[in-house]
Design a protein around this ligand. Structure first.
Ligand SMILES: [Zn+2]
Length: 323
């Protein structure tokens, strides 16, 4: 969940033609990787009906609060962890490491410890056009599964997938800090890393009948010593890549409650986007307060699909920018 939308909504840009052409050029490469991963996971074609309920998958047996549950699933789904399949890229095979030399910033939204540090996270930080809380506690499902656990689990899965492609992955937090960091520091970490792409991973806390996912892209902010105008264009491209890849990997529909259902929004009230000097988007993977979305996001197998979608979108953007 992010702060309430204070900015105006924008019409979609007419990038569809360019996007399709670029996608067509990249599909063979990305599809090869996708086939490899699916060959290992034995995953069937995606449809909204294919998602298992939270309680119906063995991967969920570790429980929400168990970090090992994510680690086990990561290991099981990691291409390099199953050498007998014969598809693991060798370290010397450059075509198996398409993201070698590239840096990705993953920002798991919130922090499981934030709830115990209200005074620290409620301090105001300046984000150019306003002051915001340093960080927030985030949403949760009606049954109590916290957004901060979800974001950290998905980010770790994305990290595993991207590292397998050769990327250097930097995380803003890895469950190793008591709270935060502040939204300004979350942006600064990506800036200092000179990330080729950055994403802040969230799940929303909207009304119970709202469902679906959406990407949030930066609106230009040039105020108070902050200027993100240089990243607005590439961040839009990144957002469209992530939107398409996430939808394809999960079957999750575009959010029915944001920006006319186009699957993305453009905002100027998020410090993490205002302060970024590298291409960056947010993704609200689902609505935690919707029962159908909650069933999916509490499933480890769905979180793996979500991570695959995010990783695919990031990869596509980075490879496209490299040409
Ligand atoms: Zn959030």
């Amino acid at each position: 969940m992010t702060s309430d939308d204070l900015g105006p909504h924008h019409s979609p840009r007419t990038r569809a033609t360019t996007f399709v052409l670029v996608l067509a050029a990249l599909v063979p490469l990305c599809f090869a990787g996708w086939l490899g991963w699916n060959a290992i996971a034995g995953e069937p074609g995606k449809s909204a009906d294919a998602h298992p309920a939270a309680s119906g998958t063995s991967q969920d047996a570790g429980g929400w609060g168990s970090p090992s549950a994510g680690a086990k699933a990561n290991s099981a789904g990691h291409p390099s962890g199953t050498p007998t399949t014969g598809v693991s890229p060798s370290p010397s095979a450059s075509k198996g490491k398409p993201l070698a030399g590239k840096v990705v910033l993953l920002d798991p939204g919130h922090n499981p410890g934030n709830v115990d540090h209200p005074s620290e996270i409620n301090k105001l930080v300046f984000v150019g056009n306003s002051s915001k809380a340093c960080d927030t506690t985030g949403a949760s499902t009606n049954a109590g599964y916290p957004e901060a656990q979800f974001t950290l689990d998905v980010a770790r899965r994305v990290r595993t997938l991207l590292q397998a492609e050769g990327a250097t992955v930097v995380m803003t937090q890895d469950g190793n800090t008591p709270w935060g960091p502040c939204v300004t520091e979350r942006a600064a970490i990506g800036n200092r890393a000179h990330a080729d792409a950055a994403i802040s991973i969230h799940a929303d806390g909207a009304g119970s009948s709202d469902h679906g996912f959406h990407v949030i892209m930066p609106q230009a902010v040039d105020a108070g010593g902050v200027d993100n105008t240089a990243i607005v264009g590439p961040s839009h491209t990144l957002g469209m890549d992530v939107r398409a890849a996430f939808n394809a990997a999960t079957g999750e529909p575009f959010a029915n409650y944001i920006n006319g259902g186009v699957g993305y929004d453009i905002r100027s009230d998020l410090g993490g986007l205002n302060m970024s000097t590298v291409p960056k988007v947010f993704i609200e993977c689902a609505n935690m307060r919707n029962s159908g979305d909650a069933d999916r996001l509490t499933s480890a197998s769905w979180r793996q699909e979500a991570a695959q979608g995010i990783a695919n979108g990031l990869s596509q953007f980075i490879l496209q920018e490299a040409h």
